[in-house]
Ligand binder design. Structure first.
Ligand SMILES: Nc1nc2c(ncn2[C@@H]2O[C@H](COP(=O)(O)OP(=O)(O)OP(=O)(O)O)[C@@H](O)[C@H]2O)c(=O)[nH]1
Ligand SMILES: [Mg+2]
Length: 185
């Protein structure tokens, strides 16, 4: 889950995970954690990774740290949900992120949040302009549209094995200068 600050990513993660706030794993970030929540839909289990809001125009050190954390999250993701705020409408912050995500090697789904009333879903149409396919209107607080979004996420994950298998095993990286014998070891 990535997106501009305050669009409702954390609320949406908790809603999609059934409101359980089931924190499975929490990696300490420099200034912000990437929060991982286990989720299940139609018999398919996957982890949702909440990230800090990205404002590419914010040049503060704090923002840079959050962006670094979010980027690490995107690197290990099998699908990316770009969350936007339907109430504020399409903003340059959304467009900036979408431009980068159009080059993503994994599927990207656009969720237009804060569509609390049925009439709000029409507002999602302008997010077609992001060039990332059909935008999904959702309301994280009311639960509207979340089933369709989950269908799309599961569809995007497909049958491919996860890029990073979470089997609970501890991983050890063998690193060193060239030719010291890493492979032989
Ligand atoms: N009306 C409405 N408000 C929402 C909805 N989802 C989230 N909010 C509100 O939006 C604000 C931000 O929600 P968060 O979930 O913290 O947003 P975030 O994207 O995780 O924010 P950062 O992590 O700071 O980038 C809160 O006041 C939420 O209550 C929604 O579907 N409808
Ligand atoms: Mg958040």
């Amino acid at each position: 889950m990535v997106g501009f600050p305050n669009v409702g990513k954390s609320t949406l993660v908790n809603r999609l995970a059934g409101g359980r706030e089931a924190v499975v794993h929490s990696e300490a970030g420099v200034t912000r954690d990437r929060k991982r929540v286990r989720c299940e839909w139609n018999g398919r289990e996957f982890d949702l990774l909440d990230t800090g809001g990205i404002d590419l125009e914010d040049e503060s050190e704090m923002a840079a740290d959050i962006q670094r954390q979010a980027r690490l999250g995107m690197e290990e993701a099998d699908a990316i949900v770009l969350v936007a705020d339907g109430r504020s409408g399409l903003r340059s912050g959304d467009t900036d992120m979408a431009r980068q995500l159009r080059a993503s090697p994994v599927p990207v789904v656009v969720a237009v949040n804060k569509a609390d009333r049925a009439v709000d879903q029409y507002g999602a149409a302008e997010f077609h302009a992001l060039g990332l396919g059909e935008p999904f209107p959702v309301s994280a607080t009311h639960g509207m549209g979340t089933g369709d979004l989950l269908d799309r996420i599961v569809d995007a994950l497909g049958d491919r094995p996860p890029r990073i298998e979470d089997d609970g095993a501890v991983r050890v990286a063998v690193i060193g200068r060239p030719n010291v014998g890493k492979s032989s070891l």
